[in-house]
Design a protein. Structure first.
Length: 716
């Protein structure tokens, strides 16, 4: 490994989440600065660095030094320390105070601030309060550097530093040094691996009690990430033993300890023991108990006849309800909690609109909501009424993780209608039902055949299967919908029948096409032609066409398809590089995580309005609202010419093109294909192999999720 020293001249780019950095390092006696790339954190322009790594050559940007380890070199001379402190880098220390501190402590100044800050009070002008400000500023300024260096010393990837610092702040290093296994419980996915490496590097023991407790929690978090609400004890112990390298029987006492500490809960189900993380147990039990409480309340008697309902809806909406729809509306009015299900073309939206009008007739306050921003906007568009995301409606505070609305501070409403309810996971359903007044009515609307929620649980299906809540399935496909091959083929797929594509193969114009391509590269080539030449003739706007694919990796995954589609669809020059993409004016982009400050949410799609490269800023247009991103915030964006089927849930597009190859085998399931097809409103094109289509159709074994809500609802 080569080591070079220099002054950090410019930070060209830095990823705020993992600290991946591109920078210029000025080395003495070399005229041009060196480009350094790698994971750097807690560094600032003007600082001296010592970086170790190796030289490499980028095909576009030339020679680069790839960092494997680094150290911030603090100044050692009196003049250097004076300049460093006098720069204003440390809050509370200006130039004159810096001079007084350095004059007193000389070369030991920085060591005093770092290790013996109490001695600063010897300086005129520094009292207890001032000392505290300087100490906190110093710790904040150097916390990242300390954590990064500690991780390097313990052979842990420094790209995890940001996650650790975000969780613990300036206490991070102390926690890592004193009890690293704490992070195994707080940081799902990576916590145990990091903690274990640190502990083992510092003479930790394999059967250490703290290690085994952390391992068991880590394994429960893994099960949660897979969609399960609990784990069976036998499988939990087996998986924990495999992870830790310790015998299964060691975990019996560990489980008892965690139960005593109130971190996990257990239930006996026949001969098996279910093991829950406490919050998931409370959420699942809370849903069941609250629903039972609401169902026990007497429902308001609505004196309204079927003829009055028909007339009111016809007058208000110019829609005549079908016999099935009228029957459902009448019965829904008699229930405290109901579920309305149905596939495309069965009139779910019309039913929601009709219910809104009938409740309005009775002067009842109806609130419409959906799990995601896209689903809420779509609900608002089709009903003509305001609809909010569940998080916004429940007053979720991103900083604290607290919901403003709860049992003690309920929502002000009479009827709560939740659309796309299949996307609601266990934790969110708990918050929803907890914040609902017991006097109100709850209407859950959804299509149970779509993909389940990303988070743990299978809430809507469990509610239906419990037989404790009235369920009204809409089965009649309306005549207009019957004329749509998209809807008819989707129902065929739902029922496990291969659609007959003969009509669209005959040369007639259709709303649905299956284009046979065996090889992934040919699938990509066909999609590029469809998006650049053929489909835009009917759908000229970029936001009308959406390419969907099951996976991110591979030839026909989102990453490669986005790169290829950008090349053919956006000839704009310039742009800003971030996350392996170049963002250019007119690019179609998607926001990746909820950002409450910007009021933009995970899955929102927009168009790049402007790129101001001189200021490292990108402006994105979200349906007429311009949102600004600086270069460090571009981690929250990705190209969206292609998105995953999971990300498309709750949305509808004029034209949908679906990539389907046998390379997608791990995710080829009937409900995924059905979900993808039902995203298209006017045109759906599947590009792929018949074999992949058959695999998806015949795989109706959706991953079994371990949940207990059904049983909890059934217990009286």
């Amino acid at each position: 490994m080569i080591t070079i020293k220099g002054v950090l001249e410019r930070l060209t780019y830095q990823n705020s989440e993992n600290h991946y950095t591109i920078a210029k390092l000025r080395i003495e006696k070399i005229s041009d600065p060196v480009t350094i790339v790698g994971h750097l954190a807690g560094v600032f322009e003007g600082q001296s660095l010592e970086v170790s790594g190796k030289w490499g050559t980028h095909p576009k940007y030339g020679d680069q030094f790839k960092i494997e380890a680094y150290n911030v070199v603090l100044p050692a001379t009196i003049s250097g320390i004076r300049k460093y402190l006098g720069s204003g880098m440390i809050k509370g220390i200006g130039k004159s105070l810096a001079d007084r501190i350095v004059d007193h402590f000389k070369e030991g100044t920085l060591d005093i601030i770092e290790n013996e800050p109490e001695k600063l009070k010897r300086i005129h002008g520094i009292g207890a309060a001032k000392k505290e400000i300087i100490e906190q500023a110093w710790n904040k300024h150097h916390a990242v550097r300390r954590v990064m260096q500690f991780l390097q010393e313990n052979d842990v990837g420094v790209y995890h530093a940001a996650t650790i610092l975000q969780m613990y702040g300036s206490k991070a290093l102390h926690i890592l040094q004193q009890d690293p296994y704490v992070i195994a419980k707080d940081i799902p996915g990576i916590g145990f691996t990091i903690a274990d490496r640190i502990a083992m590097n510092n003479d930790g023991q394999k059967d250490d009690k703290r290690r085994l407790e952390a391992c068991l929690i880590y394994t429960l978090l893994f099960f949660e990430n897979e969609g399960h609400v609990y784990a069976l004890k036998s499988k939990l112990f087996k998986s924990s033993a495999r992870t830790s390298g310790v015998e299964q029987d060691k975990f019996e006492q560990v489980l008892e300890t965690l139960i005593d500490l109130d971190e996990v809960k257990t239930e006996i189900d026949e001969d098996e023991t279910r093991v829950y993380l406490k919050r998931l147990y409370q959420a699942e039990s809370g849903i069941a108990n609250r629903m039972k409480a609401i169902l026990s309340m007497s429902n308001t008697s609505y004196k309204i006849t079927k003829d009055q309902i028909l007339e009111n809806v016809l007058t208000r909406l110019a829609v005549k309800l079908s016999k099935e729809q009228l029957n459902v509306v009448t019965k829904v009015l008699q229930e405290k909690i109901v579920v309305i299900t149905g596939g495309p073309g069965t009139g779910k939206t019309t039913l929601i609109r009709a219910l809104c009008e009938v409740y309005k007739l009775k002067d009842l306050k109806v609130v419409l909501s959906a799990p995601t921003g896209r689903a809420a906007r779509r609900l608002s568009q089709v009903t003509g009424k305001k609809a909010s995301t569940l998080h916004k409606l429940l007053g979720f505070d991103h900083e604290s993780g607290i919901f403003e609305k709860n049992f003690a501070n309920p929502l002000a409403l009479d009827v709560f209608i939740v659309d796309e309810a299949s996307m609601v996971d266990t934790m969110l359903m708990y918050r929803l039902i907890e914040a609902m007044p017991a006097s109100a009515n709850l209407i859950l609307v959804g299509d149970t055949f779509q993909l389940p929620s990303v988070g743990p649980g299978n809430v809507l299906s469990d509610i239906i299967d419990s037989d404790q809540i009235k369920v009204f399935p809409l089965t009649k496909i309306f005549r207009q919908a019957k004329q749509s091959p998209i809807i008819m083929y989707a129902h065929s797929i739902r029922n496990g029948k291969m659609p007959d594509f003969q009509k669209e193969r005959s040369g007639e114009l259709s709303e649905f096409y299956f284009i046979e391509n065996q090889r992934p590269e040919k699938v990509v080539e066909t999609i590029l032609e469809l998006c650049s030449k053929r489909v835009p003739k009917a759908f000229p706007h970029i936001d009308e066409i959406q390419v969907l694919t099951p996976m991110h990796r591979g030839e026909a995954g989102t990453i490669n398809l986005n790169h290829q589609l950008q090349k053919v669809l956006n000839k704009s020059k310039g742009g800003i590089d971030a996350r392996g993409f170049k963002f250019k004016v007119n690019d179609k982009v998607m926001h990746l995580k909820n950002n409450y400050e910007k009021d933009v949410f995970n899955g929102d799609i927009g168009i790049v309005h402007d790129v101001i490269k001189s200021e490292n800023r990108v402006l994105v247009d979200y349906e007429g609202r311009i949102v600004e991103y600086d270069i460090l915030e571009l981690d929250e964006l990705t190209l969206a010419y292609t998105i995953s089927v999971h990300k498309s849930q709750g949305s509808e597009y004029a034209a949908v093109i679906i990539a389907l190859t046998t390379a997608h085998f791990p995710l080829l399931q009937r409900n995924l294909l059905y979900t993808a097809m039902t995203r298209g409103k006017n045109l759906v094109i599947i590009v792929g192999s018949s074999k992949a289509l058959e695999l998806a159709l015949n795989n109706n074994k959706t991953a079994l999720r371990l949940t207990g809500l059904k049983q909890k609802l059934m217990v009286s």
